[in-house]
Design a protein around this ligand. Structure first.
Ligand code: NAD
Length: 484
């Protein structure tokens, strides 16, 4: 199935492939045509036990004795291995996630870049000496948590593994990764590439399976010292509750309803590609998708007309046809999005424009035409809830205060974009928005390896990406030496 010799139906524990402990498998479907793609292991609690034990053994053995510089060099070799297989990883992602080839390739390159960034950073995080009492020398040490658990969703497996596992390994943790049951081929392929690049056995273990089985077992495991979860708000709350039982820290990267604010003085030519692409990238299945476009009333019709033109040019089709938009991940996800579109129709929201389905699209693929809705009242459910599909709403605003009130007026706070030529306003608005990241006169849905990322409110807490992630994936020890 792949030129990367991984076992798509296995679990990867202690550097080797084996069948899941229960011997059961789960079907994986190709979202572009609904056909069966592979059978993956249905990981069980016994697999998680074995994976945690293997990770602990790596910490007590070959992985734990490496210096920070040596760990960094392993990560750099992993980065090169990923880059050399970028086309194959993109092909797997196209089959598994339904991601257009170009977008999947960009994810593979991003994974390589995360490994390069964190490989280079591994020996750059230092402690401090502390002026303390006479006769003492006091200092701090950055140390790994130990075994870290990583639960990732299906929408950006490679990027999320890069930012989470990459940073954790750089700090000397050993990882147990639970990829999503809807799409996990690149997670498995990555384990194989990492091993071939020289990552010691047990430093990275991968157990696919259901969230409520393998995922829940990982979150409850007493041998896990830190959890990084990326996914829905509902499951994030369960993960945090499970972490509380073992009194361990948890990073939650959850959903969003991120706005882009377009002020009347904005450079619309520059803004336009970002306004649309940030909504339809990965068929809108992006945590930081700009699903709300807030436009100052005097430019509303202008922005609407220009976005509508772009929407009418969007083509939806199979992932390997590499069009603007691929299928959604599953029939269930398509039903959810269609439910929201029905709600829009029933409440009389105007469909300003839609993309078209390419003739190459199979009737059994999970396709939805990208849809632009306008005008939409800020309190409407379509303007408040995460749809996770290629649907954007346009919301008018009167002035700066109104824009901020609307932008901050959802349960989420992940990312925001601001388009204005007024530098003072850009700074003021960036400071006032309640979210984890603000882009001014650009927008990076999912992008920015170097930029700390994470949410406030229901979008989660803790930060991944950038140098900041290294603090989250390590703990601080203070040493005070009395020497007279
Ligand atoms: P999900 O929460 O259903 O699943 C995510 C992962 O959690 C999967 O691996 C799943 O198997 C696992 N899981 C499910 N139940 C579990 C349980 N009881 N215990 C432990 N693990 C469990 O999320 P999804 O619907 O697959 O993904 C979409 C959501 O993820 C959206 O809300 C999206 O915004 C969010 N997301 C956030 C980010 C971010 O960085 N903030 C990135 C991508 C996706």
């Amino acid at each position: 199935m792949s030129s990367i010799p991984f076992d798509s139906s296995g679990v990867f524990i202690a550097g080797a492939w084996r069948a899941g402990a229960g011997g059961e498998t789960l079907p994986l479907f190709n979202p572009s045509d609904g056909t069966l793609l592979a059978q993956i292991a249905r990981g069980a609690a016994a697999d998680i036990d074995a994976a945690v034990a293997a990770a602990q053994a790596a910490l007590d053995g070959a992985w734990g004795v490496l210096t920070a510089g040596e760990r960094g060099r392993v990560l750099l070799r992993m980065s090169a291995a990923v880059l050399a297989q970028a086309d194959e990883l993109a092909r797997l992602e196209a089959l598994d996630v339904g991601k257009p080839f170009k977008q999947g390739r960009a994810d593979a390159v991003a994974l390589a870049r995360y490994l390069e960034f964190y490989g280079g950073a591994a020996d750059k995080l230092m402690g401090e000496t502390i002026p303390f009492a006479n006769g003492y020398t006091a200092f701090t040490l950055r140390e790994p948590h130990g075994v870290t658990g990583h639960i990732v969703p299906w929408n950006y497996p490679m990027q999320i593994i890069g930012r989470s596992v990459g940073a954790a390994l750089a700090m000397g943790n050993a990882c147990v990764l639970k990829p999503a049951e809807e799409a996990c081929l690149t997670a498995l392929a990555f384990a194989q590439l990492a091993a071939e690049a020289g990552l010691p056995s047990g430093a990275l273990n991968v157990v696919p399976g259901l969230g409520e089985e393998a995922g829940a077992a990982l979150t409850a495991h007493a041998g896990v010292a830190h959890l990084a979860f990326t996914g829905s708000v509902a499951v994030g709350r369960l993960v945090q509750a499970a972490a509380a039982q073992n009194t361990i820290p948890v990073t939650l990267e959850l959903g969003g309803k991120s706005p882009q604010l377009v002020f009347a003085d904005a450079d619309l030519d520059a803004a336009l590609p970002y306004l649309v692409n940030a909504g339809i990238q990965n068929a809108g299945q992006t945590c930081s998708a700009a699903s709300r476009i807030l436009v100052q009333r005097s430019r509303f019709e202008d922005v609407l007309a220009r976005m509508a033109v772009r929407y009418r040019g969007l083509r939806v089709g199979p992932a390997l046809a590499d069009l603007d938009v691929g299928p959604l991940i599953s029939a269930r996800q398509r039903e959810i999005v269609e439910h929201y579109l029905a709600l829009a129709r029933d409440s009389g929201l105007g469909v300003a424009a839609q993309g078209s389905t390419d003739s190459s699209a199979s009737a059994s693929g999970f396709f939805v035409r990208p849809t632009l809705l306008a005008p939409v009242n800020h309190s409407h459910r379509l303007a408040q809830e995460e749809i996770f599909g290629p649907v954007q709403v346009l919301i008018p605003f009167d002035d700066e205060a109104d824009a901020i009130r609307i932008a901050n007026g959802t349960a989420y706070g992940l990312v925001a974009g601001v388009w204005t030529r007024d530098g003072s306003r850009a700074l003021r608005v960036a400071r006032t928005l309640k979210c984890g990241q603000v882009f001014v006169n650009n927008y990076g849905a999912g992008g920015g390896i170097e930029l700390p990322f994470g949410g406030v409110k229901s979008s989660g807490h803790g930060r991944e990406k950038g140098f900041e992630a290294l603090y989250g994936f390590s703990t601080l020890k203070t040493v005070a030496i009395q020497h007279g």
